[in-house]
Design a protein around this ligand. Structure first.
Ligand code: PLP
Length: 482
C-alpha cells in the first residue's frame, strides 16, 4: 500500500488538530493586530524557506501551521483594505468537505451532485441580484458558472464578447474596440491584452465628478469610431468602481452599447452583489450580456470564488467549447448531458459551489442582505466622521462601501500642497497599518491625489471599528505633522 495512505484515525486527528487551531484563532481575532507586528520579508523567508523533506515529518509537519497563523494578515474586524471578503467560517468548513470529496466539477456525469449544486448556486445568485434566470431547461435568461475571481470572470465575459462581435477563435484576433471609463479595474485592460485585442484599442471614457462614466461621451466616441470603420466589440460598465464604489449609469450605457452593436459587460466584481440589499441602485443590470460577480468579496466567502453570468449560454459555447472525442457528451439530456467545460475556460474544476451553497443555506439570504446593509451603514458613518473632522478631507465615495479620504491637518499645520499631502498620507498609511497595527486600510489614487481608502465588505466590523479608523489616522497624522 502506498505510504500516502493514512488511516481514518490519522485523518480524524489531523482534522481535529486543524479545527481546534482554527477555532482558537477565530476566538482570538478581535484581540489580534490587523497586521502582524514586527514582520518582514527576512523573517518570513527564515520561517518558511525550509528544505523539501525527503522523508515525511508526520505530525511535526502540522506544527508549522501555528507559524502560518502568526505570519498572516488576520481576517480582522478592523480589516477594511482593498475589496476582500471576511471569510465566513461555515464556508471554510465547506471547503474542507469539498476537498475531501474531490469532485471534478466539469460535467454532470463526472460529478452529478456537485454540478447540480453549482448550477443551483448560480441560479440563486441570478435571483439574489434581481435578474431573471434561464434555469436548468429554459434557454433565455441569465445563467453562468463559477471561477477563480473577478479577473477570470471578466476575461471570460470579454472572450464571449470577442467571439460574438469580432470572432477570433479560428482566424485570430481581428481589430475592434472596447470601451470603459477611466475608473476601470486593471483586470479589464489585462483581459484585453490577453485576448489579443490590444490595450491601444481600449477607449477610456471620461467620468463625471462622482466618477461615473458620462454616457454622452461614450455615445460620441462610439459614433466617431464607427464612422472610422472600427468594430465596437464591447462596452464595460462598472457595477462599483474599485476606488470609490461609483456605479456607472447602467441603463443608459446599455442602450448606447446595444444601439452601436456592441456587447454590454458589467464588471460587478466589487459591487453588483450589493444589489441584494440596494437593487434600486442597479437599474439596467438586466440589460447586461455578461456580468461578473465576486462572492469572495461582498458575499463574505473565503477565496477563491468568482462568477460569470451571461444571458445567452450559446455565446459561452461558441467561445469555450472545443469538444474532443474523449469529452463527447454521452447524453443529450439537459441535466445529464450538461458540461461546464463547454461554457468555461476551465476543464478540471473544483467544487467551489459547495461552500457558498452551505453558507447560503446555513445563514439565509436575509443575513447576507443585513450584512451588506451594515457595510453600507459603516461607509456612511465613516463619511460623516470624516466630514466632521477638520483635519480630514473626503476625496470620493460613491453609492457603495468604499471611502477615500486624506489627512490634511488643521490650523497652522494645515497642509495645502498636494505633493506634501501625498507624502504625509503615504507615511500615515505605513504608520497606521505597519506600526500601530490596529486597523488595516489601503490606498487609492483619486484625481491624481494619494488617498487613504477604507472599504467595508466585512461581516465582523462593528461601529466602534469604524470609529477606530478615524482615531488611528488622526493619531498618526498628528505624530507625523508637528
Ligand atoms: C476585485 C475586482 C476585480 C478583480 O477580481 P479578482 O477576484 O480580484 O480577480 C475586477 N473588477 C473590480 C471592480 C474589482 O473590484
Amino acid at each position: 500500500m502506498s505510504s500516502l495512505n493514512i488511516s481514518p484515525a490519522e485523518f480524524r486527528a489531523i482534522a481535529e488538530h486543524i479545527t481546534t487551531l482554527c477555532t482558537e484563532y477565530l476566538e482570538s481575532l478581535d484581540s489580534l493586530p490587523a497586521f502582524p507586528a514586527h514582520i518582514s520579508g527576512t523573517i518570513t523567508e527564515q520561517v518558511f524557506r525550509q528544505p523539501l523533506p525527503e522523508t515525511g515529518m508526520g505530525d511535526a509537519a502540522l506544527a508549522a501551521l501555528k507559524n502560518v497563523l502568526e505570519h498572516s494578515r488576520p481576517p480582522s474586524p478592523r480589516f477594511a483594505a482593498y475589496v476582500f471578503g471576511s471569510g465566513d467560517p461555515v464556508s471554510a468548513a465547506g471547503d474542507l468537505f469539498a476537498s475531501v470529496l474531490n469532485q471534478n466539477v466539469t460535467a454532470w456525469r463526472s460529478a452529478p451532485a456537485a454540478v447540480t449544486i453549482e448550477r443551483t448556486v448560480v441560479d440563486w445568485l441570478v435571483e439574489a441580484v434581481g435578474l431573471t434566470g434561464g434555469g436548468f431547461r429554459k434557454t433565455k435568461g441569465f445563467t453562468g458558472s463559477l471561477c477563480g475571481g473577478g479577473s477570470a470572470a471578466n476575461l471570460m465575459g470579454l472572450a464571449m464578447a470577442r467571439e460574438a462581435k469580432a470572432p477570433a477563435n479560428e482566424r485570430g484576433a481581428q481589430p475592434g474596440v472596447i470601451y470603459a471609463s477611466t475608473e476601470v479595474h486593471m483586470s479589464i485592460p489585462k483581459a484585453i491584452a490577453l485576448l489579443g485585442i490590444g490595450r491601444q484599442n481600449m477607449r477610456l471614457i471620461p467620468v463625471d465628478p462622482e466618477f461615473r462614466m458620462i454616457p454622452a461621451e461614450l455615445d460620441r466616441a462610439m459614433a466617431e469610431d464607427r464612422q472610422g470603420g472600427k468594430v465596437p466589440i464591447a462596452v464595460v460598465a462598472c457595477g462599483g468602481t474599485v476606488n470609490t464604489g461609483a456605479i456607472d449609469p447602467l441603463a443608459e450605457i446599455a442602450e448606447i452599447a446595444h444601439r452601436h452593436g456592441a456587447w454590454f459587460h458589467v464588471d460587478g466584481a466589487y459591487g453588483a452583489l450589493a444589489a441584494i440589499a440596494i437593487p434600486e441602485k442597479f437599474a439596467g443590470l438586466d440589460q447586461a450580456d455578461s456580468l461578473s460577480l465576486d462572492p469572495h468579496k461582498w458575499l463574505y466567502q473565503p477565496a477563491d470564488i468568482g462568477c460569470l453570468l451571461y444571458k445567452d449560454p450559446g455565446w459561452a459555447r461558441v467561445a469555450f467549447s472545443h469538444t474532443g472525442e474523449y469529452t463527447r457528451p454521452l447524453s443529450e439530456d439537459p441535466v445529464e448531458g450538461f458540461a461546464f467545460f463547454e461554457e468555461s475556460l476551465e476543464l478540471s474544476r473544483r467544487f467551489r459551489a459547495l461552500k457558498l451553497w452551505l453558507s447560503l443555506r446555513y445563514h439565509g439570504l436575509n443575513s447576507f442582505r443585513e450584512a451588506i446593509r451594515r457595510d453600507l451603514q459603516h461607509a456612511r458613518k465613516l463619511r460623516e466622521r470624516i466630514e466632521a473632522e477638520p483635519a480630514l478631507q473626503m476625496l470620493g465615495s460613491g453609492a457603495l462601501s468604499a471611502v477615500c479620504f486624506r489627512y490634511v491637518g488643521e490650523g497652522a499645520k494645515r497642509i495645502t500642497d498636494d505633493a506634501e499631502a501625498d507624502r504625509v498620507n503615504t507615511a500615515i498609511l505605513r504608520k497606521v497599518v505597519h506600526e500601530r497595527g490596529r486597523v488595516f486600510i489601503s490606498n487609492a489614487s483619486v484625481q491624481g491625489k494619494f488617498a487613504l481608502r477604507a472599504c467595508f465588505v466585512n461581516h465582523r466590523t462593528s461601529e466602534r471599528d469604524v470609529e477606530e479608523i478615524v482615531e488611528e489616522v488622526s493619531a498618526a497624522g498628528k505624530e507625523l505633522v508637528r
